[in-house]
Design a binder for this molecule. Structure first.
Ligand code: BG6
Length: 496
């Protein structure tokens, strides 16, 4: 058992989708691996009238379905279940917080210590402010040394609402108590960007405009909107994926080395990248940003519907399910290096990777016929489902004459490590319990990220797309995304 302080984790939205798919499976795995505090309690707070037994059963099935380990061990689950108390409560009602207060004081008495309280807000964003105010009024989250809140994305709907939410939360809690989730930061391969860049001397000297010609980030999914119509209609691909996950990937690729791994050392360096990202202006949005919406098509041999035909989606919806953008970072390291980003639903594959394309050799010494095969070196950082790094370069083909053949140097997680990587939520929940905010978003990062994408959202909102849907399900997005990158003389690197 680790040395974590006694902890009560209260999950608002304790019977919701996120809790079932991610939080309980992650907590169960932390239990199996011995990473929960010796004194630990989960209070699952939700509205539904459900018995403790039924709650446990539903979440046991959730673990079986969603845990990275697959089916839960029955006996281990029985032990783990002891931690969970289901609390039926209305989170908009004062009484609920009095109820929590008395539960906390009973547990504190039993444990003979004031436990650390973590309030995980796994609820719709409209409730965050309400929750925060209630916690404040009830005086149950005020100890800034011991009590923390965890806020899920989306954090705001635009710059203004994000600022307001920050203001409300910072009026009640100190910044060090607030853990804003971006689950990409918990992914092993995303954390590895820091290890790869700053634990190796080999690559860092090349990591700049002198050697790198362009960078591409693809985060594609073959799923559609699933059952999230109400949220997604209001969000779209830029809000859903770029404002948070993809801008964070750009930060990790682009940042200067921090002096250490303290939360604020790292977050300061990331913020510098966000500050340096060139802001779009009203008249260049169309040169730098492409939007798309999926039409019907085929995914893995199955016929799928167009976005507008999905359940609870407006038949004339203008929500983008795809976006491709060109970013620049205006600083010494990155001046002039384009960063092309594409993300979308119902694309050909679910895959995420970053491609670093290096500059051409300055002079090709090879004879005609061979010279043409001297392509720029590529480094492909695979985030998921493949996990690893591949360096693509030319080598001499074995034989009597000088022929070239592209080859790969490959690092695969599965070849190098025998243990299963933890899920992002395991890492992040563990960090919240440890009080380590490095992998969480600070208020200024959130606001800066919103301010980068606001011009796109504003221009798009006032100029409806001319042709939606504009890409078939199962493709790599609309032709305009190819044109965006072809304009600079490049093409999307697609690895399947
Ligand atoms: C979420 C988005 O933040 O990330 C979803 O809201 C998306 O739309 C998901 O599907 C992707 O996460 P992952 O971990 O599956 O890449």
């Amino acid at each position: 058992i680790s040395e974590l302080q006694p902890t009560i984790l209260t999950i608002f939205g304790g019977d919701g989708d996120l809790t079932r798919r991610k939080l309980i499976p992650a907590l169960y795995n932390l239990y199996i691996d011995g990473f929960l505090p010796g004194k630990f309690k989960i209070l699952s707070v939700d509205q539904r009238d459900v018995s403790q037994d039924d709650y446990n059963k539903r979440h046991y099935e959730g673990v079986n379905q969603f845990s990275r380990r697959g089916k839960a061990d029955k006996e281990k689950w029985k032990e783990f279940e002891q931690y969970i108390t289901y609390v039926q409560a209305d989170i908009t009602n004062n009484k609920s917080y009095n109820q929590l207060k008395s539960i906390f004081s009973d547990i504190d008495k039993e444990w003979k210590v004031e436990a650390s309280r973590i309030f995980y807000m796994a609820v719709s964003p409209n409730f965050i402010e309400v929750l925060a105010n209630h916690l404040n009024k009830a005086g149950i989250a005020g100890n800034s040394e011991k009590h923390r809140i965890v806020v899920e994305k989306p954090f705001g709907h635009d710059l203004e609402s994000a600022k307001n939410l920050n203001k409300v939360l910072q009026g009640i809690f100190s910044e060090s108590q607030i853990y804003r989730i971006d689950h990409y930061l918990g992914k092993e391969t995303v954390q590895n960007l820091m290890a790869f860049r700053f634990a190796n001397a080999l690559f860092e000297p090349l990591w700049n405009r002198n050697f790198i010609q362009q960078i591409q980030i693809t985060v594609s999914e073959n799923v559609g909107v699933e059952n999230r119509a109400a949220y997604y209609e209001q969000a779209g691909a830029v809000r859903d994926m770029i404002q948070n996950h993809i801008l964070q990937l750009i930060c990790l690729i682009g940042m200067e080395p921090p002096v250490d791994l303290q939360a604020n050392s790292v977050r300061d360096k990331k913020l510098e990248v966000l500050h340096a990202i060139r802001h779009f202006s009203e008249d260049n949005v169309y040169v730098n940003a492409v939007r798309g919406q999926y039409d019907k098509g085929w995914i893995e041999g199955n016929k799928v519907k167009a976005y507008r035909e999905e359940d609870n989606i407006n038949k004339e919806s203008l929500t983008e399910t795809f976006a491709a953008l060109r970013f620049f970072i205006d600083n010494w390291r990155w001046q002039g290096v384009p960063i092309f980003v594409r993300t979308g639903k119902r694309l050909q594959e679910t895959t995420s990777y970053i491609t670093i394309q290096f500059k051409e050799v300055p002079h090709k010494i090879f004879p005609s016929g061979v010279r043409e095969l001297v392509h720029p070196n590529l480094m492909v950082i695979s985030i998921q489902p493949q996990m690893g790094i591949r360096i693509h370069f030319q080598a001499k083909k074995t034989g009597l004459d000088m022929q070239l053949k592209p080859v790969d140097m490959i690092f695969n997680y599965s070849d190098s490590y025998s243990n299963d990587p933890p899920d992002a939520y395991e890492t992040l929940l563990n960090d919240v319990m440890l009080g380590d905010a490095t992998l969480f978003m600070r208020s200024d990062q959130i606001e800066e990220s919103w301010s980068i994408i606001m011009p796109i959202l504003d221009v798009w909102a006032s100029n409806p797309p001319q042709k939606f849907p504009n890409y078939p399900s199962g493709s790599w997005g609309p032709p305009e995304a190819e044109a965006l990158i072809a304009h600079d003389g490049f093409y999307w690197h697609t690895f399947t």
